[in-house]
Every structure is written in C-alpha cells, then in structure tokens.
Design a protein around this ligand. Structure first.
Ligand code: FES
Length: 159
C-alpha cells in the first residue's frame, strides 16, 4: 500500500452521498463501497470475501444487534462496522437447541470514514495481516472478477 493510499481520500460532498445512499469508489487500486445508513457512513471493500459478489446493492438488516449488509450473490451477512462474517448456526442433530447467530471473525476489510467541512473522506484500513476480502485486491482475485463479469456479459448478450 503506498503512502498516498493511507491518507484520507475525498469521496464526495456529504449531501450527495446521503442522497446516493451507496457509492462505489476506487482508492489507489482498491474498490470500496461507501454506505450511508441510519445517519452513519460506513466503508468497506466492495467485493464480498466469499466469492467476489458486489456489495453495492446488498440489503441491510439488523442481525443480533449488528447492522449487516447481505451480499446479493449467496446471502452471506457482513457486519457494516467491523466486517465480521455472521452466520446462523443450528445443529440438525440437536433440535432442542435453537439456532443462534455466530461470528466467523473479520472477513471483510472496513475502512475509516471521516467528515470534514461537509465532505466525506475514506482512509484505507491499515489493519495488518490478511483479511479475506483482500483476495480481490490481488492480481489473481481481479482476474477472477473480470472473468465472472465477462461471463455475465456473454450470458446477457445471448439471452
Ligand atoms: S459472493 Fe457474497 S455471499 Fe457469495
């Protein structure tokens, strides 16, 4: 990560972002989604850690007191504030135990959002180590996204 990618990056005017609700931006070469929900801004990697689905249009649900974005592709749930993968755990062999929500840990890299003079800035996360959504920032991950996009384009062209 270059030094300029770790300084606050101007996304847009706050009013514009509130109206848009969701905005996709590229900081350095990282694609980020900025979300405004219930008066709070969130930013996270735009491609879901599971298989690269775009989170731009994911529904937001409150799950176990955490606001989560639901990936449109396979419905994985990711907490907006922390990037935790949340899943519903149930044991089919133990019917007496009700299902409960558990965390898989941090799976999606989230970024810091700040407001200065009516403008919204994103500072890329410096959390060290590998977070699964980092995969889509690698050459291999990007190639996979491009292949999936090309395949979707081919399908829509033939239908
Ligand atoms: S790609 Fe997001 S749930 Fe599978």
């Amino acid at each position: 990560m270059s030094e300029e990618e770790t300084v606050p990056f101007l996304v847009a005017n706050k009013k514009e972002l509130i109206e848009a609700k969701r905005t996709s931006i590229t900081v350095g070469d990282r694609v980020i989604v900025v979300i405004h929900h219930q008066g709070v801004f969130y930013a996270m990697d735009a491609h879901c850690y599971h298989a690269g689905g775009s989170l731009l249009n994911g529904d937001i649900e409150e799950i176990d007191n955490k606001l989560c974005i639901v990936c449109p592709k396979h419905k994985y749930k990711i907490s907006l504030a922390e990037g935790e993968g949340i899943y519903n755990a149930s044991n089919p062999k133990d019917k007496d135990k009700p299902p409960c929500w558990l965390s898989k840990g941090i799976k999606q890299r989230v970024h810091k959002v700040t407001e200065v003079d009516g403008n919204i800035y994103v500072t890329l996360s410096k959390t060290p180590g590998w977070i699964e959504s980092d995969y889509y920032q690698t050459e291999k991950g990007r190639a996979e996204l491009k292949k999936a996009k090309d395949s979707d384009t081919d399908k829509s062209a033939t239908s």
